[in-house]
Ligand binder design. Sequence first.
Ligand code: AMP
Ligand code: ZN
Length: 464
Amino acid sequence: MKFYNTLTRKKEEFIPLEKGKIRMYACGPTVYNYFHIGNARTFMVFDALRNYLKYRGFDVIFAQNFTDVDDKIINKANEEGVSPKEISEKFIRAYFSDAESLGIKKADIHPKVTENVDEIIKFVKELEDKGYAYESEGDVYFDVSKYEKYGKLSKQSLEDLQSGARIEINHQKKNPLDFTLWKSSKPGEPSWDSPWGKGRPGWHIECSAMSRKYLGETIDIHGGGGDLVFPHHENEIAQSEAISGKPFANYWLHVGYLNVENKKMSKSLNNFFTPRDIAKEFDLENLRFFMLSAHYRNPINFSRELLAAAKNGLDRLYNGKNNLEYLLDNAKDLEPSGEEQNWTKKLGKFKEEFNKVMDDDFNTADGIAVIFDLIKYINTNVSDSTTKKTLQNAYDLFMELSRVLGILNKKEEVLDEEIERLIEERQKARKEKDFKLADEIRDDLKQKGIVLEDTPQGVKWKRI
Ligand code: AMP
Ligand code: ZN
């Protein structure tokens, strides 16, 4: 298995620290708002990556944090006249609910800053004791000049960074690139007692401290959106490696940006969407499918038209699934014929191909193409006479690969044609006075959320 590692700018063979086990950390949201579809892409990529690693037999432990103390949260709380805690709790609940509708499962650990302040203070103190941090008027800064590898992730030397840095007027800092580890709090802000007085953590420190606490000094994979390479991840590396002298993470994975109609998504451009906005028009599984249809490192351009096209693709997969389910329900439990055995033997090749493309830097775009090839192959080979055993094999493989991507997990969606077909079958059964079969079909449809109504104009149906 290979990943493109931002640290080396190369695709590298993936070797976990401990055989069979993977420790993975992804930077999570600052909880002051509903997350947008750009955030959603990043969360979804790491969710699907975890699925894939598990499917490949690894034992994965995955942490994704919540930044629940931050200026944006405090500002929002002030605007709304509520406490910062009320804001962060509300949007953590919203995160879980939106994530679920996108098929994003919970991480194993969702650490919050407010629950790890002791750990963070300890971390800052260690940096200060080792000479990497200095206190100034109640704030604590990381001294980038003390960490000689600063810039190694973003591939910039300290000189380049310094010449490019904005001239910031902050007399407290020795160097404009020094970043805040701890900041003194203003009256009324959330604050904690610390060796430097009352204050709260800076942003970057939380990931270093919480990753070490929950996953250990060195982890296998650290990820986030591409915007985090500098300064956030650069700073995380500096903080963590300054203390441990060991690599903070062996593989750095960054997700490409999502733009809307070729422009950066922003509220002022009126092209800003949350999954909640999209859900008014589309099932969110379509959004997931759309995003995973691109390689995670490539930028994605979002538009309504592209999403509608993705919906067509996903509908085709659902058609394949429903067709197989229908055949399975009606199949005979016989031994497969030689011919049947022959084509079934080739199913394994699709799995091999899927693993091959996904092993190559988690190429979900090609993985989806293999799933389409697979269902096409199955469809051209199955018929009413295919045996249960063969159908089950084909179905299980199709579903196994789809589940890695987190798609096709909607509960049996019955398509209109399928309903019409069943209604016709029921009418036929009634004509032939097979009332038992007619009732069975009615019950079956009811279970799928479809109710029938016999009217003088014929049978009408509706979804419940
Ligand atoms: P934030 O709450 O802004 O810290 O973002 C949470 C995660 O979403 C981070 O990993 C960001 O890098 C990522 N992210 C933010 N905007 C986008 C975008 N437009 N496309 C992809 N990922 C993004
Ligand atoms: Zn982080």
